[in-house]
Design a protein around this ligand. Sequence first.
Ligand code: MSS
Length: 363
Amino acid sequence: ADEPKSLPDYAAWKERNALIVHSTNTMETQRGAIGNGVITASDRLFVRNNLPAPPASVTDNPDVWEVRIEGVKNPRTLTVGDLKQMGVTTVASVLQCSGNGRAFFPHGAGGTQWSVGAAGCIMWTGVPLKDVVEALGGPVEGARYITSTGGETLPDGLDPKTVIVERSVPTRAMESALLAWEMNDEPLTHTHGGPLRMVVPGYYGVNNVKYVKNVAFTENQTDAKIQASGYRIRDVGVKGAPDQPSMWEMNVKSWVTAPLESGRAGRNMIYGVAFGGTVALEKVDVSVDGGKTWKQARFLGPDLGPYAWRPFVLAADLTAGEHRIVSRATDVEGNTQPEGRVENERGYGHNGWSDHGVTVAIS
Ligand code: MSS
């Protein structure tokens, strides 16, 4: 077996025992470390970087970080200090990588083999994007996308378009998007995109551009590779292309977080987390017989709004033997998790309830 990897320097402050370190750029929360709280502790949150993170010094004086706002009537360069004068809000939302659940695809989808832990629920504080845009005269006519650019230094010798983290989301995301400088009530660390991050509640992780240095209202999506052909849903064996669905709004999803391996016969508390992406949750059903029969679970803790996840619990009497425990969430629009996977080349967007279950030995 491989040696357990240690945390890279830029994430050295993380709780090593709560994480699976896949690589220098990818770490996920252990399923057993997700817990029953509504908010994921910062030191347990997963990390995913497509490029090496900028040096920690970028957050030494966060208020001087500059972001250029374009595609508005009065384009301007604003500092984080300026943004802090323009408005403030706090939103709880799930940050989840597009490839969370990739490890369950049998065709061996390329990329980090995330199980369930490339996700967490975070309190983001910053200025609503729409306040900034209104102050600058509103978007130009014909704008259909919000295009955000990451502030990493790009590696030499490569075509910038092939490596730059630049993502476009439809302008409908403007209602909820924010430019965030705090995570869980603390200044945003460079590990998670400080000094400033685009947060698009309910959208897959990749759209939440870290160290954001440019935000543009554009007629077209960026032609950066990460947008044009990356993060696109297509059949196994097919190359990515701009006409395939992009990883934008997240689908409804849940998974069990305890028990995970074994338990005693009798009353057991089955815990998990569930979320609806951009749509609030209606309910979560749990089955202890692999999906033959279901019972509605109870939500735990406060409801922090449609973009947050809801921890849930079901008290179940378990007999001795093996139990396949699965959960299935339904949102208020009636969307419910499918049983199976939608097979796709890169293993994106997996919300099938069957693969996400756990087999527990009860004695
Ligand atoms: N941003 C930038 N700038 N860079 C990079 O790399 N990545 C992505 C996002 N953003 C990036 C960015 C991804 S892809 C994800 S998930 C996220 O981020 C993560 O986060 P954190 O904080 O956890 O690390 Mo998949 O869909």
